[in-house]
Ligand binder design. Structure first.
Ligand code: ADP
Ligand code: MG
Ligand code: MG
Length: 876
């Protein structure tokens, strides 16, 4: 049997989203539930992938199936494509597995032509509606299929409005719409040298192809990278009978959420416009009405809609985001999906739904994206400074957060300024999906037009970025680089602040304070902690970071990078003296200066961790990092150290390496200079002894971690230095304090020889940054230059330094864990690379049964939730 590439809505269901895309699967599910969904069919994601495999062509067999289903659709609806007497008009809609709001393309009103329009106008007695639909179709088709500039069409509309002295689109009458149709077609012909196509079947096939193509437009690619959506999923295409919200005053269109997507409050939340087509609401061109007002305007449709919302929420057990249209008083459902929401709303919805008995705590934990919690961990406005600040206008609180930055007026500017390290707030008339990169670069977004469900708001909420929208008091003069509000002028570069939770805009920079975990957040994290198996540690080098991590729930430190302590004040001087020392005596003198300083650092960290375990890693970077490289700096330092510039330059030169990342670093430093390991051991052991004296109940057992080990003999060699030093001190002090020595696994050879290393190592910590670097043979510092070409060529989808390469690097981790455990069954295993805070990587290492992950303080709550989700998934 030939492969099926097309499904009627009533052949599918919600479980088929991989094949039908989210939109198609949910349209099918709503049809199945007996809801009023206009008929249609879905062309599968497999067809999209085949389109690309076939060199961007829709194969004969797929075309054949599409036409067969078009026939069925005609029979179902009783209308005929291209038939002036009883025309079928359709929308051609994109829809990937994961929702990507506004990132891909959709075309409405397809099937209309001069002949069809004339007959529809006569039959409906509503020529304005017909020609409005027609001109919209030409606009969308020209943009999406032919890539003509949208802007020119808007200009043609504006010119006509100016000519007629009218302001509002709604004041354009039927004849005006006809004029627009004519002008649009003229523009089309002038640009493309051919007439606007009249054959609806050809139009449809071109539109389907354009939707397939839109899977690879720039903003869709960017969105996928931001949201970890694989490029090989492809998009489905939905062809659906049109229903019209622009046919008159008993028609309309809207978008609604079953709960408030900004706060999570359990009230129907949405917006609509009467006499409009879908686009108008989401594009934020006209500021829409609140959904509650629909009750008066279309009471029957409203009641039906409220019931449907309720059914859908219970059915999907999740907050829904829906699109609907009302045609002559009749309600039609056009879309439902799990609604994007702010982190704050996500937590409230999860907690509320547990309390309502709709879901259990496991389902609640799976409902919140770990990554999202990030937005709750960043500073909020300081209440007092906020009170003192001047509110210049108040608009819709579209996406919460505290944004403070300098005004810019375009996405390009935002990107450029952010690259220069500036904090900016993007101020726009309205944002379109093309602005997504600029939105990501900005601290926050302020728009003049648009409602809570405009694309700007939806995308901002998805990114956890602060957004205030619909600030109608503002007028912008982009040319001058100014905006005006209530008698004040703000120029490009002026500071403003946005409060995305209240919608208030402040005409100055407002002070911020650190976030805290309380309320729903605290309750939810408790569920996560009860559910997870993995322990969560943090990577911290200062008492301040350590304390922050503890406040975020860290259970220990998995990595103290001791070298980070060497950079300030007296320490950098002492380490430089050590590096340039010529005799063992000079070396010992320099190390003797360092020891108490380092010991004090460790004591500070131990205090901040209040008895939690701390793994200290010994000096790791090549020594040249501690010396200056520019001639004038070398000269200055030489003068300071009382030596000749040439002499110091010679030391710098001698430390030069062609490949420093694979050079004299890690435990190799300890092999050549045992004094360093000795000094660090003294510092750790003495610090722990002091702390244990102060806090006898803490019972600290120092964990000493040796970096970049590749061989058992090497490990034993350095460990011997550690043991001799430690035991000497312990004997002197008459202490029986235990300490532990382990190794990082970051050289592929170490992973392979892990069975042997475990003879001497009590724990392994996978340093996945170096392990990735050395497994791929990619330099961490240079890979960014060529990886984009690998993404383009679809060789790699992801940066392996951000997302663990499970099949390659992951196999080394798995091998090392197995071999290590075979030798030492209770060996303690963890990850301390960047991947320790990446939810996907966490799921992977949970599956391997490692004991902990360690990540930067701000990722600790994310890791706690990711670990809980991993445990839930692995228990299924
Ligand atoms: P997006 O994913 O960008 O929301 P959609 O495919 O959902 O794109 O369509 C864009 C707009 O067009 C939506 O507001 C939707 O409700 C409207 N729309 C799509 N198909 C139809 C249809 N058959 N009849 C009426 N309106 C439609
Ligand atoms: Mg939609
Ligand atoms: Mg390393």
């Amino acid at each position: 049997m030939e492969k099926k590439y097309v499904y009627l809505f009533n052949e599918g269901n919600a479980d088929m989203r991989e094949l039908l895309g989210g939109k198609g699967a949910n349209l099918a599910e709503m049809s199945k539930l007996g809801m009023p969904v206009p008929n249609g069919f879905t062309i599968t994601t497999e067809a999209c992938n085949k389109y690309y495999d076939d060199g961007e062509a829709i194969s004969e067999d797929i075309q054949k199936q599409i036409y067969e289903y078009l026939d069925i659709l005609e029979k179902e609806t009783g209308k005929k494509f291209g038939d002036p007497e009883n025309p079928l008009l359709v929308s051609v809609r994109s829809g990937a597995r994961a929702s990507m709001p506004g990132m891909m393309d959709t075309i409405l009103n397809l099937g209309i032509s001069d002949e069809v329009a004339a007959s529809m106008a006569e039959k409906s007695g509503n020529p304005r509606f017909v020609y409005d639909s027609y001109r919209r179709f030409i606009q969308m088709f020209s943009d999406v299929v032919k890539g003509l500039s949208k802007k020119r069409f808007e200009e043609i509309i504006d010119e006509l409005k100016a000519e007629k002295g009218i302001k509002n689109d709604l004041d354009l009458d039927a004849d005006d719409m006809k004029v627009l149709v004519k002008k649009f077609k003229e523009f089309y012909k002038q640009e493309l040298g051919e007439d606007f196509p009249a054959d609806p079947k050809a139009q449809m096939m071109e539109a389907i192809e354009a939707v397939f193509r839109s899977w690879n437009n720039e903003r869709a690619i960017f969105y996928r990278q931001q949201n970890d959506i694989p490029s090989d999923w492809g998009t489905a295409v939905n062809v659906q009978m049109m229903v019209f919200g622009n046919m008159g005053n008993d028609c309309g269109t809207g978008v609604a959420f079953t709960r408030n997507p900004a706060t999570g409050e359990n009230t129907l939340y949405g917006e609509f416009l009467m006499n409009a087509q879908g686009e108008d609401v989401v594009a934020g061109v006209r500021t829409p009405n609140k959904i509650s007002q629909l009750k008066e305007i279309a009471p029957q449709a409203f009641e039906q809609f409220v019931n449907i919302c309720d059914t859908l929420e219970h059915h999907y057990k999740n907050m829904q985001d829906m699109e609907f249209t009302i045609e002559n008083g009749r309600l039609y459902m056009l879309q439902t999906r799990n609604g994007k929401r702010t982190a704050q709303a996500a937590l409230k919805v999860a907690c509320d739904m547990v309390d309502e008995g709709l879901i259990n705590t496991d389902e609640a934990l799976l409902m919140v994206e770990p990554q999202q919690l990030d937005s709750l961990l960043h500073p909020m406005f300081d209440a007092d400074s906020l009170k003192a600040a001047e509110v210049i206008t108040t608009a819709l609180p579209a996406s919460p957060g505290a944004a403070c930055g300098q005004v810019v007026f375009s996405a390009e500017e935002a990107i450029a300024e952010a690259e220069n390290g500036k904090k900016v707030v993007l101020v726009r008339l309205e944002t379109s999906p093309e602005d997504i990169q600029g939105m990501a670069a900005a601290e926050g977004i302020l728009t003049v037009r648009g409602g809570m469900t405009s694309h700007a708001a939806v995308v901002a909420r998805g990114m956890g970025e602060c957004c205030v929208s619909g600030a109608g008091d503002i007028t912008i003069d982009e040319e001058k680089g100014e905006f005006y509000v209530n008698g004040q002028t703000f120029k490009r570069g002026d500071w403003i602040s946005l409060d995305g939770s209240t919608g208030k805009v402040y005409g100055q920079a407002v002070k911020t304070v650190p976030a805290e975990i309380s309320g729903d957040f605290e309750r939810f994290m408790k569920w996560a902690d009860d559910r997870r198996r993995l322990q969560i540690r943090t990577n911290a080098d200062t008492p301040r970071d350590a304390a922050q991590a503890v406040a975020f729930g860290a259970e220990g430190i998995g990595l103290v990078r001791t070298e980070h302590m060497f950079f300030d004040g007296d320490k950098i001087k002492a380490i430089r003296e050590m590096i340039v020392s010529k005799t063992p005596e000079q070396m010992d003198a320099a190390l003797a200066k360092l020891e108490p300083l380092q010991q004090a650092d460790f004591e500070g960290i131990y205090e901040a961790m209040e008895g939690r375990p701390v793994t200290v890693r010994y000096l790791d970077p090549p020594l040249h990092e501690f010396l200056p490289h520019k001639p004038e700096e070398v000269a200055d330092l030489a003068a300071e150290m009382g030596m000749e510039a040439e002499e110091l330059q010679a030391v710098v030169d001698s430390l030069h390496e062609v490949n420093p990342m694979m050079g004299h670093r890690g435990s190799r430093l300890a092999v050549s200079n045992p004094g360093i390991a000795k000094m660090q051991t003294e510092a750790v052991i003495r610090a722990a002894l002091n702390i244990n004296k102060k806090h006898p109940d803490w019972n600290l057992e120092p964990e000493i971690m040796l970096p970049l080990i590749g061989d058992l003999k090497e490990l034993k060699y350095v460990k011997k230095i550690v043991d001799e030093t430690a035991q000497k001190i312990l004997a002197e002090e008459g202490s029986d304090m235990k300490y532990h020595v382990g190794t990082m696994i970051e050289v592929p050879r170490a992973a392979l020889k892990a069975g042997e290393l475990a003879e001497a190592a009590e724990f392994f910590s996978f340093g996945t940054n170096d392990l990735t670097q050395l497994t791929f043979g990619f330099s961490r510092d240079d890979a960014g230059n060529f990886l984009p070409e690998y993404y383009d060529a679809k060789i790699y989808d992801q940066d392996p330094f951000a997302r663990l390469d499970q099949s390659g690097v992951g196999e080394l981790i798995k091998t090392a864990a197995e071999r290590g455990r075979a030798t030492r069954p209770d060996i303690h295993l963890g990850v301390c690379g960047e991947h320790g805070g990446d939810p996907n990587s966490i799921e992977f290492v949970d599956g391997l049964g490692l004991d902990y992950v360690s990540c930067s303080p701000y990722r600790v709550p994310i890791a706690r939730l990711a670990a809980a989700q991993a445990a839930i998934k692995h228990s299924k």
